[in-house]
Design a protein around this ligand. Structure first.
Ligand SMILES: [Zn+2]
Length: 401
């Protein structure tokens, strides 16, 4: 039997007053999800919190879902890999934002006016070497970028360093500090501070910024960093579970996680990670991939983004749109389908939350406990409630029975 995992990012939610106290999942018309839940097996999982996290993140929760909690690398390496950077073991990767600071070095805009065209700025910051460390930088969406520190042979770095982004306008960028006593962390922090200062010197006089200032726009003159992580060797999905795995996802982070776990990336035209994503194409590409692979992971992003913006009506509508495209699953043979979220995202709080995440299993039995698919109804499911990092192992037991 094959396994088909569909992650609807941030699917679960909290009661929304405007939806009559229902969550978007409860309020949505979703006959296919309800059929699979009421004729399948359900339960709830506690989202995995990675070391240092007090709120569930997408990267942590996916690592939990895949049962790789002992190999959590931090966000940077997943983002960098998702952007197509080929990291080497020992590289430290971070997320970076172009930001704007004034002459007093106070942040006046954390996103540099949401600058889009950063290509020339990035060119001027790439391949700089400081004390045996090469700095590689790549453009991400909008004002974002990914920064990679590659040590020369024999040199060791550490990702146990603090962030540079104080997350508040009017404050100065934070100095990067080592978070432990090791020489590697001290060296990495010192070298990164030197690079960030150098980058500021290059950016503040850059022609792109001179032109922006002439047009009355803010200067993209500083890089704020966060999410440091170090690539190390990770056992592949095949090595860990004996399963040949593939991934269908539009979002870079999810593609990056999948690639680091050794999954084959399947490209789908129009897979955007937004509400306009090609759901039909993603589901049919996943079903096709199930012929060749033992495990297919399909990621659908926009439910989370809508909830983070408080758009409960749009989230409900998007869940309905997903449901319409799940009809082909009802007829799948020899496939155990697992549908869940990574974490819940609350439209009311406009943020992720640590509430238990509902899941349904279709094609592996019928527990006759649940009438429809929702956060509350899944409490009745026969699998009960447990930690997210145990889910895949439990599904594998079911698959082999
Ligand atoms: Zn997520």
């Amino acid at each position: 039997m094959k396994i088909f995992l569909i992650v609807i990012d941030g699917m679960g939610d909290q009661p929304v007053p405007e939806l009559g106290g229902k969550t978007p999942l409860e309020a949505a018309f979703k006959p296919n999800l309800d059929t699979m839940a009421s004729h399948g097996i359900c339960g709830l999982v506690n989202p995995f919190l990675a070391p240092g996290e007090d709120k569930a993140t997408s990267e942590g929760a996916h690592i939990g879902l895949f049962g790789y909690q002992d190999y959590f690398l931090g966000r940077g390496p997943y983002e960098a890999t998702g952007l197509g950077m080929k990291l080497k073991n020992g590289d430290v990767a971070l997320r970076a934002n172009f930001a704007s600071v004034n002459s007093e070095m106070e942040i006046i805009d954390r996103r540099a006016g949401r600058i889009e065209k950063t290509e020339k700025l990035i060119d001027s910051l790439n391949n700089i070497k400081i004390d045996g460390v090469k700095f590689l930088i790549k453009k991400a969406l909008g004002h974002r970028a990914v920064l990679v520190l590659r040590p020369k042979k024999g040199l060791e770095l550490s990702a146990n360093i603090s962030k540079g982004d104080p997350k508040r306008v009017g404050e100065k960028p934070l100095e990067i500090k080592p978070m432990d006593e090791t020489a590697e962390a001290a060296f990495t922090a010192k070298t990164l501070n030197a690079y960030l200062n150098k980058a500021h010197q290059i950016l503040k006089d850059h022609i792109v910024n001179q032109k922006r200032i002439c047009k009355g726009e803010v200067s993209a003159n500083y890089l704020l960093t966060r999410g440091a992580g170090q690539l190390k060797s990770v056992p592949s999905f095949k090595e860990r579970y004996g399963l040949k795995a593939a991934c269908v996802a539009g979002g870079g982070l999810y593609r990056g996680i999948a690639e680091i776990l050794g999954m084959k990336l399947v490209s789908v035209r129009g897979a955007t990670a937004r509400t306009d994503t090609n759901l039909k194409g993603k589901i049919s590409a996943s079903i096709k991939a199930l012929k060749k692979y033992d495990f297919v992971f399909c990621h659908i992003k926009a439910a989370d983004s809508l909830a983070e913006d408080g758009k409960f009506a749009e989230k409900k509508k998007f869940i309905e749109k997903i449901d319409e495209n799940l009809f082909p699953l009802l007829g799948l043979k020899n496939v155990l389908t697992l549908i869940t979220g990574d974490h819940n995202t609350s439209c009311v709080l406009k943020s992720h939350c640590n509430d238990p995440v509902p899941f349904l299993l279709w094609g592996g039995g019928w527990d006759k406990k649940v009438l429809f698919f929702s956060e509350k109804e899944c409490v009745k499911g026969s699998m009960g409630r447990f930690n997210q990092e145990e889910l895949l192992r439990k599904v594998l037991v079911l698959k082999n029975n």
